[in-house]
Design a protein around this ligand. Structure first.
Ligand SMILES: [Mg+2]
Length: 266
């Protein structure tokens, strides 16, 4: 059997501890290629770079940095750098969790979305941030679960249209309670999410996304799982269609009130 080909990427940049930990975790599970941004692109979401030239920096035959976004990196990995289609794309390990609504901002999860859109089985790993900057990220815990879950995904692959977003609690390995399959939760975001300060000249400046981390109670959610000390595995797909509304809006459109005959300037 051919060794699996695995493409790694992230949004924290090719030199981040997270992607190095991920590579260590999966190194002996297949032939590994790393194609990642040359610097941090966190919260890059699903952006493609359209207005500047992109360049590939080959550090060695298996490690490539790109002066672009995580989504750019997946495209370059699949269509320019890898010798054949990979069995699996793994993004991360992100420095900080990607839970609930975070997945829409996350470059880490978007790299896996891009892999899934382009027809390759994909996963994203994120490690909860420590409670303060003086405390360490528990990468040993993340490494253990990244390996176990990649191994499982190679053995029992999902449909490539479903990607797995995995969040790991920032606890010592022995303090993690297990793995839960979850759905996306809901954060409570309000005006406290934007912090206003003043510079020495009295002019205001702002930090966004720094407010309290409250969320709606839901025992099935990713937020709840991490809060309780479990690894959260959320299956995601990119069909954003709200199917119940289609039926409702079909009738709405059939009322025909949008025809040119009703318009004021007809
Ligand atoms: Mg990041």
């Amino acid at each position: 059997m051919t060794r699996p080909l695995i493409l790694l990427s992230n949004d924290d940049g090719i030199d981040s501890e997270g992607i190095k930990t991920l590579e260590e975790a999966v190194r002996d599970l297949g032939d590994i290629y790393v194609v990642a941004p040359d610097e941090e692109r966190s919260a890059a979401s699903h952006a493609l770079t359209l207005h500047k030239p992109l360049r590939i920096n080959e550090r060695d035959p298996r490690h490539f940095s790109i002066n672009g976004t995580p989504t750019d990196c997946i495209n370059f990995g699949l269509y320019v750098i890898l010798p054949r289609k990979p069995h699996l794309i793994v993004s991360g390990i992100n420095h900080g969790s990607n839970l609930a609504d975070d997945v829409t901002y996350s470059g880490t999860v978007s790299a896996a979305f891009e892999g899934s859109i382009l027809g390759t089985l994909s996963m994203a790993f994120s490690l909860e941030a420590p409670e303060s900057d003086t405390l360490p990220f528990q990468f040993k815990t993340a490494r253990h679960y990244a390996r176990k879950l990649v191994e499982r995904q190679l053995k029992y692959p999902h449909d490539s249209s479903v990607l797995l977003s995995i969040n790991i609690p920032n606890r010592p390995l022995s303090a993690v309670k297990g793995v839960q399959v979850t759905r996306l939760g809901k954060r409570i975001i309000n005006e406290t999410n934007i912090i206003r300060k003043e510079d020495p000249r009295g002019r205001p400046y702002y930090w966004i996304g720094m407010g309290p981390k409250d969320f709606e109670p839901d025992p099935q959610s990713d937020l709840h799982a991490i809060d309780q000390g479990f690894v959260s595995v959320t299956p995601l797909h990119l069909d954003l269609t709200h199917y119940p509304s289609i039926h409702q809006m079909k009738e709405w459109a059939e009322e025909n009130s949008f025809s040119s005959g009703d318009s004021e300037d007809a």
